[in-house]
Write a protein of this length. Structure first.
Length: 363
């Protein structure tokens, strides 16, 4: 039907002879180029965008792409990808007083993804390599993920040829921080996660260790840190308001209200004003993702409890059968020594079993 409408419209405009109908599929640029025998760049495609409440269509060549990285970022990463904000956060965490953002070099691996996740921020300062991660849900596997990531960072920073020289190759000292602002109420202000906690055979002095410091950045936690990094406090306030209103309103209305209120009160005001539409979309995505991860964690816990119960019952039955076999063997031994060997084959009879157990004092 849509093809017929298009042909009718073009015929009315005198362009019907421009229509080419193909037997092959042209669902993608690559398929259309192959069907027509041309380069992908010669295929025209339309991309649609939402600017505020207005739809915008752009006709462009088939190979053109949109840099939509910021649409996929978290609000946290978006805010602290600005070197001024990141330096403020670093100073607040370490107690340092750096003033020049140019001294900080962001080295985040944009294409480094492990198990569908990427590190939020990586930077070098004062011969230290810092990996900052942000999480809405508690994840004990962060040290293992950071191990993979730090290896990729060192591969990028170090010339492989120098590894075979006689001199030692110096590398930036690694530091790992996780900023947590999920909804679990029992998460303390500061927690240390260790790679060795995942080892199958723990040792007192593991040959490989990686420590991640987890800081709770929810409103009301780590107040000294929030005081020393105002933009982090503002971020925590924005997240808290989205959650508060989402408990009472549809999510889209809750996010819109939180943005409007924060701008009015000077909380992330400039950032929210300049990026309102994008922040709205990312916030909805983040909140939905957080809810889904919470559901997943709940299901995992319930599954674990059920599996634990089933395993306990299984072990109990096995233990019960073992004790029963031990009692039977002890009874048979006493019957043989006590002159009742001829009755062993009759132990299937409950009355005989009960009489022998009573006689020899075995339950």
């Amino acid at each position: 039907m849509s093809l017929e409408k298009a042909k009718a419209y073009l015929e009315n405009k005198g362009f019907l002879d421009h229509v080419i109908e193909l037997a092959d599929s042209t669902a993608t640029v690559a398929m259309a180029a192959e069907a027509l025998g041309v380069e992908p760049g010669m295929i025209a495609k339309t991309m649609s965008f939402l600017q505020g409440e207005q739809a915008v269509l752009i006709l462009t060549e088939g190979t053109a792409k949109v840099d939509n990285r910021k649409y996929k970022d978290t609000i946290f990463r978006w805010i602290f990808s600005q070197t001024e904000n990141l330096l403020s956060l670093y100073n607040a965490v370490t107690g340092k007083h750096y003033q020049n953002p140019e001294e900080l070099e962001i080295v985040t691996l944009e294409n480094a993804i492990y198990m569908g996740m990427k590190n939020d921020l990586a930077f070098v300062l004062e011969m230290g390599l810092y990996l900052y991660e942000h999480q809405f849900t508690y994840n004990p596997n962060i040290p293992l993920r950071d191990l993979f990531y730090i290896a990729s960072e060192y591969q990028k920073l170090v010339d492989e040829k120098s590894l075979y020289s006689s001199g030692i190759q110096k590398i930036p000292t690694p530091n790992f921080l996780l900023f947590y602002n999920g909804t679990d109420r029992d998460v303390p202000d500061r927690t240390e996660l260790r790679l060795s906690d995942a080892f199958e055979n723990p040792t007192q002095d593991p040959a490989l260790e990686l420590k991640v410091t987890m800081l709770n950045i929810n409103a009301g936690h780590n107040e000294e840190l929030m005081k020393n990094c105002h933009v982090l406090w503002e971020y925590a306030q924005y997240v808290a308001r989205v959650r508060k209103y989402a408990a009472e309103l549809p999510l889209n209305e809750a996010v819109e209200l939180a943005i409007t209120e924060c701008i009015r009160e000077g909380i992330l005001a400039e950032f929210l004003q300049h990026n309102r539409a994008e922040v709205y979309k990312v916030s909805i995505f983040e909140y939905d993702k957080e809810k889904e991860e919470k559901k997943l964690r709940k299901a995992e816990r319930e599954c674990g409890r059920e599996e634990g119960l089933q395993e306990g019952l299984k072990e109990g039955l096995q233990q019960g059968r073992l004790e029963e076999r031990k009692s039977l063997l002890a009874l048979i031994a006493k019957m043989s020594a006590g002159g009742d060997a001829d009755k062993i084959t009759m132990l299937n009879d409950p009355e005989v079993m009960e009489a022998m157990q009573k006689k020899y004092g075995i339950k």
